[in-house]
Write a protein that binds this ligand. Structure first.
Ligand SMILES: Cc1ncc(C[n+]2csc(CCOP(=O)(O)OP(=O)(O)O)c2C)c(N)n1
Ligand SMILES: [Mg+2]
Length: 654
């Protein structure tokens, strides 16, 4: 078939709509668009798709590309599903870099789709034109320079194949491109060519309602992918053409594809697989390796260090806890591991304190799941003390302490699913009991914050109160710096399911408000805990208030999400007071604390966001409870001191 019968604008419509349709068929549900001209075909096709098929694609608009990319990161992080981004050419693209870097490190699938000028306008001083080819360097898992749109069958087939390749690269090896949670998994057994049985599981659900306890994709090797689309003028696609969103689909009879009975059969058989034709299997460890690993662990004291990326859902968290409980392994649970939502004796939530004691019980073997935990001190001490460090991860050790002895190449969930029989010996029992007792003693110390006389002047007391009041099955998005450390100290294990997320890949204070708002779209209620610098850095994200109300609000016929921003305002970067550069000399305030004296009440009012200011824990409790019941974004400013963080925390640390 030739495409001579189509105008340039129709070609754009067919080609880009085929590409987007394929992204959706393979699991994309959201696109975040920033306004711009060169990306018009992408933006308008995405809009048209979301208008015609609102159940298939939801479109968000954010004028700030930096914020937009972090917003998409938040959406993708909480769903484990790739989210598409669309922006125009030039510095718009460069504004995606921070979120791309974060997505790469924290393994979040993003599809970056950028508009560009055609080759004939490159390097010739054309406006808003820079070299966008591989602009994200090694921070993306794949880059593809797309050809200019065509509507021949091979063009449309290619557009769709490029979409599939992008999804596969974004989900990484072992990725489940359309996965949501483990609630709709079909187990099946296939016969391999040699007659042996292969067990596979595939998910056919497109929804992600299974309650997420942790970042969804980071146990796997998900990450960002960049596709650059050169478009010549006229840019506006012409939707008055047959086959929009259908042309070129495998098995379809839409424009651009030769029809045959075979393709109809294929459509029927693909339907058996569910809505997205991707199968992903568990990794089965070779039996001999399992046995030799068990031999290594036997007669040695073992503990497990569980960081971000240990599990994705509450169900997975229970699997991991059952496994550790059976083996009497102390399970040191980072706040981002998802495991603090399981109330089991083996979950060790106060390990940072336990490890501060000079006679802390040190293991002979440390098994690490996911990233090293928030506590640097705990990570380093354990890595140094252990005779054997075992790292369980699909692809990387992420061992900045350079202490890996054994690497097990699978997800933590696959690891705990291997079926070796194991009985803990007396030595392990005693080691475990000691950890449990010490952890309980530390819980009493930390719990004392609720009764402290000086609580109103201690940021930790507000965080502790917040954690007591936060509703179950809600999201806590924590900013970096002191907020995540406060969460690490004061989030005690309980049977209250809570999703705890943080941009921990780069520990950045940028784009955090946007990420939290993106992640919040999956939850009825979200609490965003932040410092003042972090808030200021991404203040314009509050402009999303209007956009979000379009999706979840009276206009959408849905209850609006409740998002409470709790800002601990110490008027500076308090974390630096914990670090060796802290000093009473002038340079310290000038270079590190840097008070900004922002009137947040006025700033927040500019965006129409309701605001409360509190300076006692009791007032905070009532303001927070009231805000949780309000739809939309609500803002609570908590006034806390800047200097003396270390001293204030000392009472709660061993
Ligand atoms: C993009 C970026 N710039 C700079 C930093 C370095 N940094 C780490 S924490 C911090 C201060 C954060 O202040 P705030 O959000 O008020 O939290 P606080 O330490 O006061 O609790 C800075 C500047 C960073 N992590 N990311
Ligand atoms: Mg601060």
């Amino acid at each position: 078939m030739t495409d001579g019968m189509y105008s340039h604008q129709q070609k754009k419509a067919l080609y880009v709509s085929a590409f987007l349709d394929e992204l959706v068929r393979w699991g994309v549900r959201e696109v975040v668009v920033s306004p711009g001209s060169r990306s018009t075909p992408l933006a308008m096709c995405a809009y048209e798709m979301s208008r015609r098929y609102p159940d298939r694609l939801r479109l968000y608009v954010d004028v700030d590309e930096r914020g937009a990319s972090f917003f998409a990161l938040g959406l993708a992080k909480s769903a484990g599903r790739p989210v598409a981004l669309v922006c125009t050419s030039g510095t718009a693209v460069a504004n995606y870099l921070p979120a791309v870097v974060e997505a790469n490190t924290s393994r979040v699938p993003l599809l970056v789709l950028t508009g560009d000028r055609p080759v004939r306008l490159q390097d010739l001083g054309a406006p808003q034109t820079c070299d966008q080819i591989k602009i994200f360097g090694s921070y993306v898992r794949a880059f593809r320079q797309m050809p200019e749109p065509g509507a021949r069958s091979q063009d449309l087939a290619f557009a769709r194949q490029a979409a599939r390749e992008a999804i596969l690269a974004a989900m990484g090896p072992g990725g489940k491109p359309h996965c949501g949670g483990a609630d709709h998994v079909n187990e099946d057994v296939l016969l391999a060519g040699d007659g042996s049985e292969i067990s596979i599981s595939f998910e056919y659900s497109q929804d992600v309602e299974t309650f997420a306890v942790a970042s969804r994709a980071c146990a796997r090797m998900a990450g960002p992918v960049h596709l650059n689309f050169p478009f010549d003028e006229p840019l506006k696609p012409d939707f008055n053409v047959e086959g929009l969103f259908a042309a070129g689909a495998r098995g379809s009879r839409g424009a651009g594809v030769d029809s045959s009975d075979e393709s109809a059969d294929q459509t029927a058989s693909l339907a058996l697989l569910g809505s997205a034709p991707v199968l992903a299997g568990r990794v089965e460890l070779p039996w001999a390796s399992v046995l030799s690993l068990e031999a290594l662990l036997a007669d040695r004291t073992v503990l497990v260090l569980a960081g971000e990326g240990t599990c994705e859902t509450l169900e997975e968290a229970y699997f991991v806890v059952d496994w550790a409980a059976e083996r009497k392994y102390p399970l040191l649970a980072d706040p981002l591991s998802g495991l603090r939502s399981v109330l089991d004796e083996c979950v060790i939530d106060n390990y940072d304190n336990v490890l501060r004691a000079s006679d802390a019980p040190m293991p002979e073997v440390v098994i690490r799941f996911g990233r090293y935990p928030v506590s640097k001190h705990a990570s380093l001490n354990l890595a140094k003390a252990a005779q054997i460090n075992v790292v369980v991860d699909v692809e990387q050790t992420r061992d900045f302490n350079s202490a890996t002895d054994v690497f097990v190449a699978c997800t933590p969930l696959d690891f705990v699913n291997h079926e070796a029989v194991f009985e803990p010996g007396d030595k392990q029992e005693a080691f475990y009991q000691e950890w449990v007792e010490r952890n309980d003693a530390e819980r009493d110390r930390i719990g004392a914050v609720a009764f402290a006389d000086d609580a109103d002047g201690f940021e930790g007391a507000y965080v502790s109160k917040l954690l007591e009041l936060i509703p179950e099955e809600s999201l806590l998005f924590s900013a970096n710096s002191m907020p995540i450390r406060a969460v690490d100290t004061f989030l005690l294990k309980s049977d209250k399911p809570l999703a705890v997320l943080c941009n921990r890949g780069q520990n950045g204070i940028d784009g955090t408000v946007s990420t939290a708002l993106g992640a919040a779209q999956r939850f009825k209620t979200t609490t965003f805990l932040t410092g003042d610098f972090t808030m200021l850095h991404d203040l314009n994200a509050l402009a999303l208030r209007r956009e979000l109300a379009l999706h979840h609000g009276p206009a959408a016929g849905e209850a609006e999400r409740s998002i409470v921003i709790v800002m601990l305002n110490n008027n500076g970067g308090a974390i630096f007071d914990m670090l060796p550069q802290a000093s009473d000399e002038d340079y310290f305030e000038r270079l590190f604390l840097v008070p900004q004296d922002v009137d947040f009440e006025a700033a927040v009012a500019a965006f129409g966001v309701p605001y409360e200011k509190v300076s006692t824990v009791a007032d905070f409790a009532s303001a927070y409870e009231a805000a949780l019941a309000e739809p939309g974004i609500n803002f609570i400013e908590v006034t806390v001191p800047l200097r003396g963080v270390r001293e204030r925390y000392a009472a709660y640390q061993g």
